[in-house]
Design a protein around this ligand. Structure first.
Ligand code: CA
Length: 143
């Protein structure tokens, strides 16, 4: 028994080294990223293609959607033209870029004050501005 302890003591640095490597391997295994998380952007739905919309394009489409909906009335054709060919991940980018714009149900556009707002995200705006029939044409984007 004493002989074994003497041997272990002789190789203590080697043993400490092995323990350190083992701990390192375990930490790596628990903290390494899932391969898919590097491909799919956070918040994107992996069942649809990754959005290829560029930031200037997103800004343009958000402006187009806002112009189509702000104030009295709705320019449905402009809304459909902005959303044409997009997938749910593209819509997510527009949704995020839109952010929160207070909506006024009386004027049918941007509310001057937050407290009279009825929900200001893009999906709420579209729901207020479009008929049920029109919403059904684009609801595949809301996933
Ligand atoms: Ca409007």
């Amino acid at each position: 028994m004493v002989a074994i302890l003497k041997i272990l003591y002789k190789f203590k640095y080697l043993l400490l080294g092995l323990i350190a490597v083992l701990v390192g391997v375990i930490v790596y295994m628990f903290t390494k990223k899932d391969d898919q998380s590097e491909v799919v952007t956070a918040g994107e739905n992996p069942n649809f293609p990754t959005s290829t919309l560029t930031t200037p394009r997103i800004k343009l489409l958000v402006t187009q959607l806002f112009d189509a909906m702000d104030g009295f009335g709705t320019d449905e054709a402009m809304i459909f033209s902005a959303l044409e060919g997009l997938n749910p991940n593209d819509y997510k980018k527009l949704y995020d870029a839109w952010g929160n714009k207070p909506y006024d149900v009386i004027t049918g556009g941007e509310a001057p004050f937050e407290f009279i707002s009825q929900g200001g995200d893009l999906t709420h705006w579209l729901a207020f501005e479009l008929s049920v029939t029109d919403i059904n044409k684009i609801k595949h984007l809301f996933q």
